[in-house]
Structure formats: C-alpha cells, structure tokens
Ligand binder design. Sequence first.
Ligand code: ZN
Length: 70
Amino acid sequence: MADLSNVMCEFCKVGYHAPFERFEKIAVTPNGPAFLMRCNICGSLWYETLHSARQVEPSEALKMYPEIKL
Ligand SMILES: [Zn+2]
C-alpha cells in the first residue's frame, strides 16, 4: 500500500466500499469513465474506474486532474 500521509478512517482502511455516501465526486474523466472521489470523513482520495478503485495521493490526483483544488 502506498505511504499515505493522512490518516484513513475506519471505512477507507478496509477499502473502497460501502457506505458510499461518504464519498464526494470531485472530478470526472468522461471517456473513462473514471471518477476521482474524496471521502468526507478522512479526506482520502480514490480513483474509481468501471473495474476497480484505488487510493491515490493528492499529488497523483493533481497530475490526473490539474484543474481540481484539493
Ligand atoms: Zn475515509
């Protein structure tokens, strides 16, 4: 697992799963489709595609979506 500086909440520690209400969509790649999601509890960033989801560092998220504000 990546060396993340922020502390994950109990849900994100387990992975990208319910309760999905905790996630806020902050960026979209229309032709993916792929989504950058942020957990409202701990602030973890998740990159979701049709087939998988993985946690990303803020620096990586900014490379993928330079227009976002974190
Ligand atoms: Zn979280």
